[in-house]
Design a protein around this ligand. Structure first.
Ligand code: SAH
Length: 232
């Protein structure tokens, strides 16, 4: 019997919890939840709204278009959730954060408790970033309308790395970016599709040769497409 020591809890604060219903309800993340390896709780910020209209945002000081998410609901939400759980990181998804990569995902997959804040509109009041947030993550150099999809991406990439989540624990080790290499090409049945053949070596049954071939193609592809990875 396998004993999993690792159990991760992730809380997410959002004004649009509906957007996060589906991403965690299928496939690998669903299995992770069923195996009790990962627990994800989505919290509606409106629960901590400043009035009965559900207000959580306001006009920005200094003028300018676009609303800003207010301090009070966010601070109350974080304080209230922190009473039950000591977070390893309080993460704000934001385009000006550090860009998400496999290294960050690996590091975060070793944590136990994470809190993720999704922004909306112009973003969140800077004071929450200064006084609560411990890590700011961007999923790339483009702007989305909200932090929910970025949060889903972050949780997916972390979740699949938790030991026991993938069927074969080592399988994540052979994906792109582990070891700074892109993954080699993969093939499945049939061996001949419209005359397009699977490389002979993969049918050889010689694991050592196959490994060498895969490493070689990984390296070639990385040199060609992402030479920057090899410099790291
Ligand atoms: N005015 C901000 C963008 C706000 S976009 C700026 O120019 O930096 C609204 C929200 O969407 C942000 O608060 C953030 O939570 C989320 N978001 C948008 N693009 C993102 C990205 N590339 N990575 C992570 N979060 C992003």
């Amino acid at each position: 019997m396998v004993h999993y020591l690792c159990f991760m809890h992730i809380d997410i604060i959002t004004v649009l919890p509906e957007l996060l219903e589906s991403p965690f309800a299928h496939s690998i993340l669903k299995r992770a939840k069923e195996k009790n390896l990962l627990d994800i709780q989505v919290h509606s910020l409106r629960h901590w709204a400043v009035n009965e209209y559900g207000q959580v945002d306001d006009y920005q000081y200094g003028g300018g278009a676009g609303m800003v998410m207010m301090c009070e609901p966010l601070a109350n939400a974080i304080d209230s959730l922190s009473k039950k759980i000591k977070y390893d990181e309080i993460i704000y998804m934001t385009p000006d954060g550090e860009r998400l990569n496999q290294k960050t995902a690996n590091t975060l997959s070793l944590k136990n408790n994470l809190l993720v804040i999704c922004g909306h509109y112009k973003g969140i009041d800077e004071r929450i970033r200064e006084h609560y947030v411990t890590k700011e993550i961007s999923i790339g150099d483009y702007v989305l309308s909200g932090g929910e999809l970025p949060a889903a991406i972050l949780v997916d990439t972390i979740g699949r790395l938790i030991p026991g989540v993938l069927n074969n624990e080592t399988s994540a080790l052979f994906d792109s970016f582990q070891d700074n290499l892109l993954a080699p090409p993969v093939y499945t049945r049939p061996v001949d599709f419209r005359g397009w053949k699977v490389p002979e070596i993969l049918l050889s049954g010689d694991p050592k040769k196959i490994d060498e071939w895969r490493n070689e193609l990984s390296l070639e592809k990385t040199k060609d497409r992402r030479p920057d990875l090899l410099e790291e």
